[in-house]
Design a protein. Structure first.
Lengths: 315, 244
């Protein structure tokens, strides 16, 4: 991935044009509807402003190349972990959170450096074992501080947060080293977002039976099945984005996004319900926090990554 | 299994601007890091650009809460006062800053909140709440908080000290809180009100002996008397000349 590669890539140009056009069209439509029904369209407008902030940032980073993309994804990871730490109370332990932040930065670095053995971009061997080193460092924190009270909770929260938000989401950074990085990353980002939209839309239109009433009261089986059907169809429509994929991989992609996306959403909801909060933050207008935005992506990205690498060399 | 205890941040659902305006603030590792980096930079710049000198640092109490009061003629004042404190106390030091000036636009809000750790002081509206905030802050004696106040209420423009407002008396009357009178020489000349950029003038901070006002009551006369005594103490520091 590089500036020149983005300009030359038909896939990148297609996605950039399609996404930015959709953003412009949605903006004009919502603005007109808002002029006619200001109160009804207020939530949609705030949600749109959030997209207006996020989309150019992500497209811009991917356009600028591998370093910019990894940098942005790592920053997102850091702020996602920060929201998790503030929601669970872990944020008060600076040593534990500081160690986790350093671990997340280390994950980002492994995605950027050259593999010393294979001389390919991204040090996969170190990336994949990073959880071992970071967990070891996190377990050492209470030992070095000679503390026991409350440390099991703090260690468990830190380890879960790093693995889930730092390392699993970090697979998106490592995807920047893939042979078909633009196709994989942009497909994943678009597919996961559309999966959420499909679940919401189908839920609103047909939803009757709650999916997981204790975890997410508004989600329904009808919405989930609708999203799954949509996500199973999308890879076939966007096959050009996934050049080496056989029908088997397209089906698996559909399942990963369709089912994994919703499990990711529910997983963060479990944490939010247990802690007793509605949103993980208020950083993104109309969307809540960063975690609320990337919850589906955190779950689907590593599954997608390892599905690809099982059948094709990533690099 | 016993349930875990989650101490969620109280400002979790607030926007960035709301969180910066909020006081007291939730601890934040990034803010603390930025503040330390900012403090190091400011101390270096003060030394290099203003040949900043501090006298009387030995008067600073080692533990517990205390107040520092000084004359006010420049935006440099709070930065100079903070630079006199050990780095370890930075996150427990709160210069009072006018809420109607520093806590409005996002850039000033970010600087005041993150770098200076300012306490928003409502000069015109809600003065009682601001005083109550200061009292709560000072009641915490372990590890102790440091309040930096400029009892003139606004920056002097003519090099002369304005009389101290009686609010300082309300805070300390009848308490054993140490109050350190301080004098800043040269700050008003280096960065006067109305200018954008500080000039390379020498700035000196003199910290006086701590005073306590246990014997004073809560009458208006007592508050005025305390304000006058502290005004006099700062004047005396101004009249001391450094050894050549």
């Amino acid at each position: 991935m590089s500036l020149q590669a983005a300009i030359d890539s038909g896939i990148f140009r297609f996605y950039a044009l399609a996404i930015l056009s959709l953003l412009a069209f949605a903006g004009i439509t919502i603005a007109i509807l808002r002029w006619r029904w200001p109160q009804k369209m207020d939530h949609a407008w705030r949600s749109y402003l959030g997209w207006l902030m996020m989309v150019p940032l992500v497209i811009g980073a991917i356009f600028l190349g591998r370093f910019a993309a990894v940098f942005l994804f790592t920053i997102i990871s850091i702020f996602g972990f920060k929201e998790y730490a503030r929601a669970t109370g872990l944020y008060r332990d600076f040593f534990m959170t500081g160690t986790a932040y350093l671990g997340i930065i280390a994950v980002g670095i492994t995605c950027l450096v050259t593999d010393p053995n294979l001389h390919t971009p991204g040090w996969y061997g170190l990336f994949i074992v990073m959880p071992v080193y970071v967990i070891a460092a996190l377990l050492m924190v209470p030992i070095l501080r000679n503390r026991t009270a409350g440390q099991l909770q703090v260690m468990a929260l830190a380890i879960l947060g790093f693995i889930y938000i730092g390392w699993m989401f970090g697979h998106l950074s490592f995807l920047t080293n893939a042979n078909h990085a633009y196709g994989y990353i942009l497909y994943l980002l678009v597919a996961v977002s559309l999966n959420d939209v499909a679940a919401y839309t189908c839920g609103r239109l047909f939803g009757r039976h709650p999916l997981r009433s204790e975890i997410s009261p508004k989600k329904t089986w009808e919405g989930s099945i609708g999203a799954l059907i949509f996500s199973m169809i999308l890879p076939w429509v966007m096959w050009f984005s996934l050049p080496d994929f056989t029908p088997r991989e397209l089906i698996l992609t559909g399942l990963i996004v369709g089912i994994g996306g919703q499990i990711g959403d529910l997983a963060i909801s479990v944490i939010k319900r247990d802690v007793g909060i509605k949103d993980t933050g208020a950083l993104i207008k109309g969307h809540g926090g960063i975690l609320d935005r990337i919850d589906s992506l955190i779950f689907t990205t590593p599954l997608f990554f390892h599905m690809i690498s099982f059948y094709h060399p990533i690099q | 299994m016993e349930e875990w205890n989650y101490q969620t941040a109280e400002d979790l659902d607030q926007t960035l601007a709301e969180r910066l305006r909020r006081f007291p603030r939730e601890p934040d590792i990034f803010v603390y890091g930025a503040r330390l980096a900012g403090a190091l930079t400011i101390r270096l710049l003060l030394k290099a650009w203003h040949r900043f000198t501090i006298r009387g640092q030995e008067h600073l109490p080692r533990q517990g809460s205390f107040i520092m009061v000084a004359n006010h003629s420049s935006h440099l004042d709070a930065l100079c006062m903070l630079s006199a404190l050990p780095m370890g106390k930075l996150h427990h030091a709160f210069p009072a800053a006018a809420a109607d000036y520093f806590f409005v636009s996002l850039p000033r809000l970010a600087l005041a909140s993150i770098i200076v750790n300012a306490l928003p002081f409502h000069r015109q509206t809600n003065l009682r709440q601001s005083v109550s905030l200061c009292q709560n802050l000072l009641a915490n004696d372990s590890p102790g908080n440091i309040l930096i106040l400029f009892p003139e209420g606004t920056r002097s423009t003519n090099g002369q000290m304005n009389p101290f407002k009686p609010g300082i008396g309300k805070l300390v009357a009848g308490t054993s809180l140490p109050v350190l009178p301080c004098y800043l020489d040269g700050a008003g000349k280096a960065w006067p009100k109305g200018t954008w950029c500080p000039r390379p003038c020498r700035v000196t901070l003199t910290i006086g002996q701590p005073r306590q006002f246990q014997s004073y009551g809560q009458s208006r006369e007592d508050h005025d008397a305390i304000a006058a005594e502290l005004y006099q103490a700062v004047q005396e520091l101004a009249e001391q000349k450094p050894a050549e």
